[in-house]
Design a protein around this ligand. Structure first.
Ligand code: SF4
Length: 62
């Protein structure tokens, strides 16, 4: 699985970073970055939580 970020929707509130800081990072200009190309199996549960809790629906898995 990989994460797709809709940067037009992301408001950089950091909720996903709080849930999975090893996967999601905000840079100094509040741009969200992913630290992984593919979601490791042992991180999938937290990533799914982050996707579900993003208030802007800016994350999806494919
Ligand atoms: S939770 Fe959603 S809106 Fe917030 S930083 Fe992550 S992707 Fe952006």
């Amino acid at each position: 699985m990989r994460i797709v970020v809709d940067h037009d929707q992301c408001e950089a509130n950091g909720i996903c970073v709080g849930i999975a800081p090893d996967v999601f990072e905000l840079d100094d200009e509040d741009v969200l970055h992913l630290t992984v190309a593919q979601v490791p199996a042992d991180r999938l549960a937290d990533v799914e939580t982050a996707v579900a809790q993003c208030p802007k629906a800016a994350l999806r898995l494919e």
